[in-house]
Write a protein that binds this ligand. Structure first.
Ligand code: SF4
Ligand code: FES
Length: 250
């Protein structure tokens, strides 16, 4: 199989970007998009050219590093699948595929396909952690939590922080990511002690760094962790809860 890549090249954050065309041959449908980029880079290096910068780490759908835009869709054509698991069988021999960095005002391009996703980290720094003094590790059964709650919390905790939800959203909203973090922490006894203060801090940062949510639902279509749209509704619930709590606290 032979594919032509229309690939974004940009030397740095302030450089002017452009598309380059490269043909990669002897590919097969079971290869991933990232393996194809490895192959392209081998070609470029062997001909004395600069390889394309892109991020990856686990290549197992765990770390969230590999986000790129393939044929206009964050991660690629297969729904709810990270770029490292997107296979070339979605394309046909001779096809031209556009490969770009995630397109969002919140993610400045660092180089080529690599973007800076620090805006997501800023939300975590604001409150996506547990700061209560938990003392030494208690016995595993000292704090009973019912099975259903644990399963639900784990479903929301599955977010891998790839940032595709923001790139897919016409508004550049991070509500799916934010809702996943707020929900899983609100469900568990220890982190829920900081629920109100966490919601205020994280929502403030989200409003500063990202666009508003208009319930398009594009985010859930691309999310490799299958975070449901109920996470978006949870942001509004946590916002309301924090507002009323503030009034009651006065
Ligand atoms: S909510 Fe989904 S798409 Fe958004 S950062 Fe988490 S895993 Fe990625
Ligand atoms: S490289 Fe880790 S999720 Fe794709």
């Amino acid at each position: 199989m032979k594919l032509t890549l229309e690939i974004w090249r940009q030397e740095g954050p302030n450089a002017k970007g452009r598309y380059e065309h490269h043909t990669v041959a002897e590919l097969d449908g079971s290869m991933s998009i990232l393996e194809m980029l490895d192959r392209l880079n081998e070609q470029l290096v062997n001909s004395g050219k600069e390889p394309v910068t892109f991020e990856s780490d686990c290549r197992e759908g765990i770390c969230g590093a590999c986000g790129i835009q393939v044929a206009g869709i964050p991660h690629g054509l297969e729904r709810n699948t990270p770029a490292c698991h997107q296979r070339l069988r979605s394309f046909h021999d001779g096809q031209t595929i556009r490969i770009e960095p995630f397109r969002s005002a919140s993610y400045p391009v660092v180089r080529d396909l690599m973007v800076n996703r620090h805006a997501l980290d800023e939300m975590l720094e604001a409150g996506g952690h547990v700061a209560v003094n938990a003392g030494t590790a208690p016995d595993a059964d000292a704090l009973p939590i019912d099975h259903e709650t644990v399963e639900d919390a784990l479903d929301y905790a599955a977010c891998i922080g790839c940032g595709a939800c923001v790139a897919a959203c016409p508004n550049g909203s991070a509500h799916l990511y934010l809702g996943a973090k707020l929900t899983h922490l609100a469900m568990l006894p220890m982190p829920s002690q900081e629920r109100t203060q966490r919601a205020r801090a994280m929502i403030d940062v989200a409003e500063e760094n990202f666009g508003p949510c208009s319930n398009y639902g594009e985010c859930a279509e691309v999310c490799p962790a299958d975070i449901p749209l109920s996470a978006v509704a949870a942001v509004n619930k946590e916002r309301l809860r924090a507002t009323f709590k503030r009034r009651l606290d006065k």
